[in-house]
Design a protein around this ligand. Sequence first.
Ligand SMILES: [Zn+2]
Length: 167
Amino acid sequence: MNCEICGSTIYGPPKRIVIEGSRLLACMRCSNLGEPDVKGDAPTLQNASTPRPLGSPKSTKPTVSRLPREVEELEITEECPKLIKKAREKNRMSQQDLAEAVKERLTIIQKIELGKMTPNLRLTHTLEHVLRIKLLLPRKEPEIPVGKMDQSELTLGDVIQYKKKTV
Ligand SMILES: [Zn+2]
């Protein structure tokens, strides 16, 4: 079982969350990025496991809707609590002011600044906008060790082999 957001292996029960209307199974780390899926429907695996026929020129649209690219490629920086606090103070806003500006409860802002809570994507965007800061960073790709191997000898096959081992 892999996280549908970051792709890492999920240990223990996966979290069902909803991001921008898409239901996803996420690891603990990514579960904060969306709203909890309260309906608790069974995961839709039948679409993912159906192989699309190869070589058909008039291929139909993929049935599995893709995530917005920002969810795939961006993650919230670890500096988020510090950045928000700093930017808020720079703007001479109290936590209450910020809470009102982003239409959230004061306790939410307090938890975020203390690092006890990760804002969901929508709130992160609002915070970025209100405070004029950058909270989302490009997701770091796992580094492929080159080691003794000459970099030019690293073929696509090697990369695929490596990726298989890490899953
Ligand atoms: Zn994840």
